[in-house]
Design a protein around this ligand. Sequence first.
Ligand code: COA
Length: 164
Amino acid sequence: MNIAIYPGTFDPITYGHLDVIERAREIFDTVIVTVALNSSKKPMFSAHERIAMIKESVQKYKNVRVEQFDGLLVDFARKKKATTVIRGLRAVTDFEYEFQMALMNRKLNSSVTTVFLMPHEKYTYLNSSIVREIALHGGDLTEFVPPNVRKRLQQKRKKSAERF
Ligand code: COA
């Protein structure tokens, strides 16, 4: 069984991430979307909320699971018997960081290979921070995130407006 893990912060998941998941699930028997708990970022959504949004977005795919992980990615991969880490490459600017991470992961565990998948070019400029910023200012996110994520972003906006 060919198992791949697709790690990230997913704060929140976007159509760009979903594009990568759709490509990965065509190649691998099982794709485990893994939500990092120990990311150095300060997420807007809790791990529970991020996982819920991903689960809602991938429930139609039989070979995609969602899990959380803490600690080193390669240890999680070993535990799950995954031999591949999937990362999305949107533009040249992603390359240096991704290259460093892939080589370090390979150094830490030589049986784990990183595979890069390119999402559709219409998502080149998309990331989760931009999505959060547009949401906080009430912009239209129809083209960037699925309806369930839009709804949760709207709820966050409402809550933050109530605080002021
Ligand atoms: N579509 C849209 N946006 C995308 C995307 C895509 N296909 N691919 C990446 N992005 C965006 C993300 O939304 C995120 O945006 P943001 O910074 O505005 O929030 C950004 O690109 C990169 O995020 P992500 O892919 O989630 O990676 P990350 O840098 O947050 O996560 C980990 C990196 C968690 C996978 C990595 O730090 C890790 O493995 N940590 C565990 C500890 C470990 O093993 N460390 C050693 C690693 S060598």
